[in-house]
Write a protein that binds this ligand. Structure first.
Ligand SMILES: Cc1ncc(COP(=O)(O)O)c(C=O)c1O
Length: 404
């Protein structure tokens, strides 16, 4: 059967309203297009939403992770540990600063870092743990922080998938970005994520010094605040000693990781929709879980404490398939779903330690993280985004159920 008249369903996409478009158009008429009042306003709103003391908005989450490494003081001679089940940026950020990106295996239920494995494989040069909230399910941050902090390591939560989520610990709800078990948290606002600014990212932290340094490094390491000035080394010459309105100093080696104000306007518009976006994603996940519960060749996504279904902000819906029992390869399944049903699917993720650059550079290879490797051979993510109608969801359900 072929249904070409139905619009294709990608595995993820943005939902932008006419109201959002109008807000961005208005922002384009402003005097300041970058690093103006809208960036600061978006930061304040995100800090308020999460409960974080500081929010620093940047051009993408890869930049946010890079800055997180720099402000946490990770550098040559240090090791970082992250999950192999992630986008490459969670590990690459360590290599950017000359540290060794290393990996610890995942838990077979949550597909997130397993704190027991992390503790058992701890190496003394580990300076930071990058805990990824895969698919939106929070990693076990309280346990991960207990292990990392016992060794003096920093915890960076890569919450690119988990914007708008929370978890439960010690009898209360903790917002992602605003709990005490991550020293720094990063968000992505890429279009497939929970809310978007086109490209965009954010660092959240309660640490004043981290926040200050991240802001400076976001703009080339340049400061205009006299508190930081040490001079140009020629103060005996009055013309050099004069520090007029033009004056700035570069006090560190930074980058241009700024984001535009019209993107931040989109971010604020999206933030107003976030509760509805998260609720719709949860609804779709519940429907998928119900529909696939009794299928013998499917394993549903499972939640591990401290994650809770009513607090999770799902980014992905990933099933594990028993392709052998089904009698089809993953490529065949993807082809049938796409060509016969217009359903897009995606494999997330290829274990990062098996990527050629990681194998060649660090000598990693198969067997390093067996749980993540087995998971990879079975994983397939179905469409999940708030613009999906009930009919779209039912099309996905039917397409998957009719595979057998
Ligand atoms: C877990 C994770 N970390 C980091 C990133 C990088 O985000 P960005 O595309 O905003 O740089 C992504 C993006 O896909 C991601 O999924």
């Amino acid at each position: 059967m072929s249904i070409p008249h139905l619009p294709p369903l990608p595995y993820g996409r943005q939902l932008i309203s006419e109201e959002d478009v109008a807000a961005v158009a208005e922002a384009l008429r402003a005097d300041l297009l970058t690093t103006g009042p809208r960036s600061a306003q978006f930061e304040r709103q995100m800090a308020e939403m999460t409960g974080a003391k500081h929010a620093i908005v940047v051009c993408n989450a890869t930049a946010a992770l890079h800055l997180a490494m720099r402000v946490a003081g990770v550098g040559p001679g240090d090791r970082t540990v992250t999950s192999p089940n992630t986008f490459t940026a969670s590990a690459n950020c360590a290599a950017f600063v000359g540290a060794i990106p290393d990996f610890s295996d995942i838990d077979p239920v949550s597909y997130n870092l397993d704190p027991v494995t992390l503790a058992a494989g701890w190496k003394p040069d580990t300076k930071a743990v990058v805990a990824v909230d895969y698919a939106g399910q929070p990693a076990n941050l309280p346990e991960i922080a207990r292990v990392a902090r016992a060794h003096g390591a920093v915890v960076i939560e890569d919450a690119c998938h988990a914007v708008g989520g929370a978890f439960s610990h010690e009898g209360r709800e903790w917002k992602i970005g605003g709990h005490p078990w991550a020293d720094l948290t990063t968000f992505s606002f890429h279009p497939v994520k929970t809310m978007t600014t086109g490209e965009g990212g954010m660092i959240l932290t309660d640490n004043d010094e981290y926040a200050e340094r991240a802001r400076i490094l976001r703009t080339h390491g340049i400061v205009r605040d006299a508190r930081y000035f040490t001079g140009l080394g020629c103060d005996e010459n009055p013309a050099f000693a004069e520090r007029g309105p033009w004056y700035y100093e570069m006090i560190d080696l930074g980058w241009n990781y700024r984001i535009t104000d019209f993107q931040c306007e989109l971010g604020m518009a999206q933030l107003r929709h976030l509760p509805r976006f998260v609720a719709r994603r949860r609804e779709i996940v519940a429907r998928y879980n119900e529909a696939f519960a009794d299928v013998p060749w499917l394993k549903l996504p499972g939640l591990q404490p401290p994650a809770r279904p009513e607090m999770t902000s799902w980014h992905l819906y990933t099933l594990q398939f028993d392709f052998t029992a089904l009698g089809r390869t993953r490529t065949q399944v993807m082809d049938v779903l796409r060509t016969q049903w217009g359903i897009g699917t995606q494999v997330l993720y290829i274990p990062v330690h098996l990527q050629p650059w990681y194998r060649h550079t660090y000598g990693y290879g198969p067997g390093k993280c067996p749980v993540a490797e087995t998971y990879y051979t079975r994983a397939l993510s179905l469409p999940l985004y708030p613009a999906m109608t009930d009919a779209d969801v039912e099309r996905v359900v039917k397409g998957v159920l009719e595979l057998s």
